[in-house]
Ligand binder design. Structure first.
Ligand code: HEM
Ligand SMILES: N=C(Nc1cccc(CNC[C@@H]2CCCN2)c1)c1cccs1
Length: 359
């Protein structure tokens, strides 16, 4: 589709959903048409940007958390250009979103692509994430998923403490230069893990950061690409307990958890991995709740997704989805999602992967 067509399609749908009258819509469509003819692109109004970002969340096929799409907070950072301003805007995002634990789903939209180039890029996968250190003998300390990015930070002069939970600095690209800055330690809230029944669980010294904030995807609205639009929600417990801390290629903690509960790990048929997974996930949910930090268990999340499906039905919009991502990694068949199919059609506005600027 041409930019003209993408723009007209988005603006018509956006104004219809916002209940804006046909005359205003007609005037806006004409204005956009002229702007594209004269400049090759067009600029969204604040209202179009806000609703477009919410529509992108609503269209995210891999997201189980879409019930709350209309409540997202949108910060317009399209005029933010200076290095110090970019870092400040990112810190303000994290502080606002964290909200002392009552996490607020938030997106900050920086300047759109101009002549195919991004004015600013955040290199981090997430605003908060732990470093990964690969030692010469092959042992890994920290998050294996962060090894390459940690090396990039070290090449840029960053020194980590070398622990398994070192928070990484923010790295941005401005005018083809990479610049890095640490978050002040009080900006990133973390939750230490304890188990609701087993006191010795805390000796595993496990913890995780409170706010998942994806900073490396691009936002596309009506044919305009925003390469930097970091967005956060709250965690679903299984992301931490069944993947980040459990995957053999991540923190690989299931054996240690099994030993805390004196499980027989000599034969798989004792289902010790399954029992360790449940106890680790219970510890994650219990610890977030004890610290009054927002989190959702996968059963509640599935129920919320069912409500989202019902509301979309009433709005006469088809819910598209990617079943392979929507089912939770623990007890998937215990949710309704497992027992139905989804059309994995890509709607717009939406979020997309983009080129990683490091290998
Ligand atoms: C409010 C709480 C939210 C919860 C509990 C939630 C839950 C999830 C989960 C569990 C995933 C799968 C992640 C994985 O397996 O790695 C996911 C994916 C995704 N979510 Fe949500 N989400 C929330 C809010 C949001 C928001 C605010 C946005 C954007 C505005 C969003 C956009 C997405 C996208 C684009 C993906 C796919 C990411 C990819 O392709 O790698 N979600 N969500
Ligand atoms: N709860 C969340 N989880 C989430 C959402 C999107 C993407 C991701 C990260 N997915 C990639 C990771 C890294 C390897 C496999 N999973 C996490 C949210 C992050 C931002 C808003 S909600």
């Amino acid at each position: 589709m041409s930019l003209q067509e993408q723009a007209a399609s988005f603006i018509s749908t956006c104004y219809q959903e916002l209940g804006i009258d046909a005359t205003t819509l007609g005037d806006r469509l004409q204005q956009v048409k002229v702007e594209i003819e004269e400049t090759g692109t067009y600029t969204h109004t604040y209202e179009e940007l806000v609703h477009g970002a919410k529509m992108a969340w609503r269209n995210s096929n891999k997201c189980i958390g879409r019930l709350f799409w209309e409540t997202m907070n949108v910060f317009d950072a399209r005029e933010v250009k200076e290095e110090s301003e970019v870092f400040n805007t990112l810190k303000n995002h994290m502080t606002f979103a964290t909200n002392e634990g009552r996490i607020r789903p938030t997106i900050t939209v920086f300047a759109p692509e101009k002549d195919g180039k991004a004015p600013v890029r955040v290199i981090n996968h997430q605003l908060a994430r732990y470093a990964g250190y690969e030692h010469p003998d092959g042992t890994v300390i920290g998050d294996p998923d962060s090894i390459a990015f940690t090396k990039l930070c070290q090449d840029l002069g960053w020194q980590g403490k070398g622990s398994a939970f070192d928070l990484l600095p923010i790295v941005i690209k401005l005018d083809s230069t990479l610049v890095l800055q640490e978050f002040e330690s009080d900006i990133v809230l973390e939750v230490p893990f304890e188990h609701p029944e087993e006191p010795s669980f805390k000796e595993l010294d496990l913890k995780w950061y409170a706010v998942p904030a994806i900073s490396d995807m691009q936002l596309e609205i009506g044919g305009i690409t925003y390469p930097t639009a970091p967005f956060n929600g709250w965690y679903m417990g299984t992301e931490i307990g069944a993947r980040n801390l459990a995957d053999s290629f991540r923190y690989d903690k299931l054996k240690e958890v099994a030993e805390v509960f004196h499980l027989d790990t000599s034969k798989t048929s004792a289902l010790w991995k399954d029992r360790a997974l449940v106890e680790l996930n219970r510890a994650v949910l219990h610890s977030f709740q004890e610290n009054r930090v927002s989190i959702v268990d996968h059963h509640t999340a599935a129920e919320q997704f069912r409500k989202f499906q019902q509301r979309e039905e009433r709005a006469e919009r088809e819910v598209t989805g990617d079943w392979t991502w929507l089912i939770p990694p623990v007890s998937p068949a215990a949710t309704h999602i497992f027992h139905q199919g989804f059309k994995n059609e890509e709607k717009s506005p939406n979020f997309f992967y983009q080129d990683k600027l490091y290998d």
